[in-house]
Ligand binder design. Structure first.
Ligand SMILES: NC(=O)c1ccc[n+]([C@@H]2O[C@H](COP(=O)([O-])OP(=O)(O)OC[C@H]3O[C@@H](n4cnc5c(N)ncnc54)[C@H](OP(=O)(O)O)[C@@H]3O)[C@@H](O)[C@H]2O)c1
Length: 257
């Protein structure tokens, strides 16, 4: 029987954290056959593939398009693959009041951050190998509701909750799920996020590099941790959201807004 190709799948690979996962995995993995790079901007994926030693498969697709998702499923079915890692990075946020932002753009966050991530995870699980890893990009925004970032924070709470439950379900199959919950990271994320509103200055003080987030996420994933929180301020924020009533935190944040 033909040997299965060992692969890693990364969504949102055209920039930021997805791109950084590709760089770091390229250095770490020595026995991987292919990295599958997914995003809409094909030219970016082509540029990235030229910088990698591991063979890259470029899948330019919009994860919100039914047809693209069906084509991806077909590719999975036809290629003889064993998925060692699925990393769901595709996502975006929009800051601003819920009633002041175009509803379709806001529903798009639910489509990409929640629905597409869920569908891709479902489609990949049958092809995952024992001791495989699923890394889901949530956010520290998942820890508590956030005014002026309401849908984004809610979408990331979904990712965190889903990932933790899925982890328990997949343990028996030897597949380990980690939700990554960074605070602000220096990527193109803010170009979209600040289209209608701006980030609180206090949040930007906690900005970290994508290199640091990805290094910690991979290390936590190998340690089979359920949640990866990279910097000290975000670890402290997480403890705060577990100990202080969320109403109090929301009132306090209202003061800054
Ligand atoms: N940066 C932060 O401060 C931060 C903090 C916490 C969590 N996160 C989360 O981390 C993840 C990665 O964000 P990032 O910081 O790396 O942002 P980024 O640089 O803006 O990257 C977002 C990626 O998502 C892809 N994407 C967006 N919509 C898509 C669609 N419909 N179909 C396919 N791909 C799509 C983009 O590719 P194309 O545009 O080429 O399609 C891009 O590669 C996101 O889930 C984000 O919510 C980010």
């Amino acid at each position: 029987m033909e040997r299965k190709k060992k692969i890693v799948i990364i969504t949102g690979a055209s920039s930021g954290l997805g791109q950084e996962f590709a760089f770091q995995l390229d250095r770490i993995f020595c026995n991987l056959d292919e990295i599958w790079l997914i995003a809409r901007r094909k030219e970016r994926l082509v540029e990235l593939s030229k910088l990698l030693d591991i063979q890259a498969k470029i899948i330019a697709m919009d994860v919100t398009k039914e047809q693209d998702m069906l084509s991806f499923k077909k590719i999975l079915e036809t290629e003889n693959v064993s998925v060692h890692m699925l990393i769901n990075c595709a996502g975006y946020g929009l800051m601003g009041r819920f009633d002041a932002i175009d509803i379709e753009e806001q529903l798009g966050m639910v489509e990409v951050n929640c629905k597409a991530l869920t569908r891709l995870t479902y489609d990949c699980i049958p092809y995952m190998c024992r001791n495989g890893r699923i890394i889901q990009l949530a956010s520290s925004a998942a820890f508590v509701p956030q005014q002026n970032f309401a849908i984004y924070a809610a979408s990331k709470s979904y990712v965190l909750s889903f990932s933790r439950a899925l982890r328990e379900e997949l343990k028996g199959k030897g597949i380990w799920v980690t939700a990554v919950c960074p605070g602000p990271v220096e990527t193109e994320f803010f170009e979209t996020a600040e289209k209608y509103g701006s980030t609180l200055a206090v949040k930007k003080l906690a900005m970290v590099s994508p290199q640091k987030v990805v290094r910690e996420a991979l290390s936590d994933s190998y340690k089979r941790k359920a949640v990866s929180v990279c910097s000290f301020p975000m670890k402290a924020f997480r403890i705060l959201t577990k100990t202080v009533p969320h109403g109090v935190i929301l009132n306090f944040m209202g003061f800054f807004h």
